[in-house]
Write a protein that binds this ligand. Structure first.
Ligand code: DGL
Length: 264
């Protein structure tokens, strides 16, 4: 029997990861859960994010999943070590793949990290970078307004530029040559970030590397699906219409059906 890849995020942002999973793994079935009733996670406490994550995983486990992809940086930062110990199914987060790529990419050993307050306060990126290469200097900044900008479709213009310039100033001052986009929404703001940081600065969007990691795990465990095209199911805990209206921007194509589910 075909088993599914389970993906979850606090809301719609994880669709940037699903987009890459579909591109690299077209034969895989995917069930996505967006916790739209409780979004945003980026301002919640570690305990709350861990509790929400466990509930989300318990929901995905009802769909016969063979692997779970945590497509949320805040969850990956706060909860991954805990949830990995709680469940037998392989669980892939977004931090390690992004860190690997950034440490590989940096020439001057100065890496910037941007994310939600939760992600930055957890220091998860910083600690993993230091573990891989202690000589890398990390400058980490929370950019909380980038999430509503991405959701409202404010992807250019003077207001966004002004806010981004202010957020990114410490990264420019530190002379970073690589920036990890440590939040599901930030890939949408790549053109603005690039304009401010300059062409030579590499922007790391971990979605591609996450999909590579998922692919490698499935191959190693002999869990890849055959030739039939994969099916994709989208579930949310609230506001399916809102989710649907944003999906095109984050996923790159329309979603026909979004199911509202209850976690209890
Ligand atoms: N998905 C979250 C993340 O990547 C951003 C949105 C939120 O704060 O819930 O950190």
């Amino acid at each position: 029997m075909r088993k599914t890849i389970g993906v979850f995020d606090s809301g719609v942002g994880g669709l940037t990861v699903v987009k890459e999973l579909i591109r690299q793994l077209p034969n895989e079935d995917i069930v996505y859960f967006g916790d739209t009733a409780r979004v945003p996670y980026g301002i919640k406490s570690r305990e709350t994010v861990i509790r929400f994550s466990i509930e989300n995983i318990l929901f995905l486990l009802k769909h016969d999943v063979k692997l779970i992809c945590v497509a949320c940086n805040t969850v990956s930062s706060f909860a991954l070590p805990v949830i990995k110990n709680h469940f037998r199914v392989p669980i892939v987060g977004v931090i390690t793949p992004g860190v690997r790529e950034a440490v590989y990419a940096t020439q001057n050993k100065r890496v910037g990290v941007i994310g939600t307050r939760g992600t930055i306060n957890s220091r998860a990126y910083e600690l993993e970078i230091k573990q891989l290469d202690p000589s890398v200097k990390v400058t980490a900044v929370a950019c909380p307004l980038f999430v509503p900008f991405a959701e409202e479709g404010w992807l250019e213009g003077s207001v966004v530029m002004q806010v981004a310039r202010s957020y990114l100033q410490p990264l420019k001052a530190a002379g970073v040559d690589t920036v990890i986009l440590g939040c599901t929404h930030y890939p949408l703001l790549k053109p603005v970030i690039k304009k401010i940081m300059g062409k030579k600065v590499e922007l790391i969007d971990s979605a591609k590397q996450v999909a590579v990691e998922v692919k490698n795990i499935l191959a190693a465990e002999g869990l890849c699906n055959g030739k039939r095209k994969g099916s994709h199911k989208f579930c949310v805990s609230d506001n399916p219409d809102w989710f649907k209206s944003l999906a095109t921007r984050f996923l790159g194509h329309d979603i026909k059906d979004v199911t509202k589910v209850s976690l209890s």
